[in-house]
Design a protein around this ligand. Structure first.
Ligand SMILES: Nc1ncnc2c1ncn2[C@@H]1O[C@H](COP(=O)(O)OP(=O)(O)O)[C@@H](O)[C@H]1O
Ligand SMILES: [Mg+2]
Length: 422
């Protein structure tokens, strides 16, 4: 007859319990509760028991109380002590203590074939068939969150990427070059594809550069850290402040860093002005360091790519220099369709797309908002639900001056050839 002695876990047992955990697994599947959770429960003195034989720790059962319910986080048995009833004895002792701590139900989650299923059955646990365990790993840890709040970062809601309308060409380019390698790093590595670290988006105002950057963060589930050069300049001086922010960002596992209007920091160095030289140099240095880490992406946006310092655009610093231009007919059709659906209207998207040639997504948004407001007021005035018509939209389009002029369109086409790196 095997002889063991079961007692409460004591802090000195921690190391032996962790060692036992690695010896005990009988399944290749990962445990539902990670070792860090097991250790945290032990340190927080949740009820747990250990079994000793000849002064050696040969078994452990770790619990955690969550309100009325308690979890068996781990059952660990030394391999020589399996199938002797030790697991059942540990579970009985643990369940008793968990009940004493207020738990009305005690639950356990095991991978199939893992140590302990028989012991659970013998200790009176009923297996529940037909349940599927779902899990979603949150990309932000608690320790990240202190850094994130000091950087003024935010974790974008999921689904922003899907909400982008039209812009199919840009969307496809950004998805293939940026999102997919970062979202599938192992597959990319097998193909010798290095995930991008730093990219520039350029194009006229209102074409959706900022929106794309945020949507990429949402798609990856990464925190979005926007650096505001003018704010940093006031707080710390630009060169110092940038270096400091990048040091903080280096502590994060994942981050999408966004600098809008980057020409303010990375404009051509004016050699007569030591401040401008210092700032560009600091940014270049930060970029070199930034490139050393996986799981990060720096997106810089600019309306005036030609104003950037040539050193900034040189190979080895930015992986891509991607144009984001005004939407074509198809993209405008899709943009209109999304606003028309939102307004519950029945308007001809093809006609509106034709009439809004030269409009950016921002212009279309503004025109759609004006129509929505007008028709809302019409409903209030008439007491009858009014719906926007194609004519309502056309009238507003005629009154809207597009942000992007013909010269800007031509310049953008020229810059795409000269600076674009896709
Ligand atoms: N693809 C898109 N679908 C829907 N709305 C968009 C899209 N792109 C941009 N917008 C809207 O247009 C406006 C301007 O976009 P923004 O990203 O600020 O442009 P940029 O950064 O290029 O100046 C924002 O209000 C944004 O919500
Ligand atoms: Mg912007």
């Amino acid at each position: 007859m095997a002889v063991w002695h079961v007692r409460d876990f004591a802090p000195d047992d921690l190391e032996a319990v962790v060692r036992l955990d690695s010896e005990s697994a009988t399944s290749d599947r990962p445990a539902v509760f990670r070792l860090s959770e097991v250790v945290a429960a032990l340190q927080a003195q949740h009820p747990s028991v250990v079994a000793l034989a000849d002064d050696h720790l040969v078994g452990a059962a770790v619990g955690r109380v969550d309100g009325d319910r308690a979890w068996v986080l781990r059952i660990g048995l030394h391999p020589a002590w399996r199938n002797l009833g030790l697991g059942t004895a540990l579970l009985d002792a643990l369940a008793h203590r968990l009940q004493g701590a207020g738990a009305k139900t005690v639950a356990a989650l095991l991978p199939e074939d893992e140590t302990g299923a028989t012991a659970l059955a013998n200790a009176g646990f009923r297996s529940c068939r037909g349940l599927t365990y779902f899990e979603k790993a949150q990309p932000v840890t608690a320790q990240d969150s202190a850094v994130l709040s000091s950087l003024g970062a935010l974790v974008p809601p999921s689904g922003l990427w899907e909400k982008l309308s039209g812009m199919a060409d840009e969307k496809q380019l950004i998805e293939r070059r940026l999102v997919l390698p970062l979202a599938n790093p192992e597959l990319a590595d097998q193909h010798g594809v290095e995930p991008p670290r730093c990219v520039v988006l350029f194009g006229p105002p209102g074409t959706g550069k900022s929106t794309f950057a945020m949507a990429v963060a949402s798609r990856l589930g990464w925190p979005f850290v926007e650096l505001f050069p003018s704010r940093i300049a006031l707080e710390d001086g630009l060169a110092n402040g940038l270096g400091r922010r990048f040091d903080e960002i280096a502590q994060l596992d994942h981050a999408l860093v966004f600098i809008d209007e980057v020409e303010e920091v990375a404009g051509a160095r004016n050699l007569a002005d030591p401040v401008s030289v210092g700032v560009v140099n600091e940014l270049l240095k930060s970029i070199v360091r930034f490139r050393d880490h996986d799981g990060r992406l720096l997106i810089c946006a600019t309306n005036t790519v030609a104003a950037l310092d040539p050193a900034f655009l040189r190979h080895g610093r930015f992986d891509y220099v991607l144009p984001v231009g005004p939407p074509d007919h198809e993209a405008r059709t899709a943009l209109w369709a999304s606003y028309i659906a939102k307004a519950g209207a029945h308007a001809d998207t093809g006609i509106l797309a034709e009439a809004s040639d030269g409009f950016t997504p921002a212009d279309i948004k503004q025109a759609a908002r004006t129509v929505a407001q007008t028709v809302f007021e019409r409903t209030l005035d008439s007491g009858e639900r009014a719906c926007p018509t194609t004519e309502d939209y056309l009238r507003t389009i005629r009154r809207t001056r597009p942000t992007v002029t013909n010269e800007m369109v031509m310049e953008f086409a020229d810059h795409t050839i000269r600076y674009g790196r896709v």
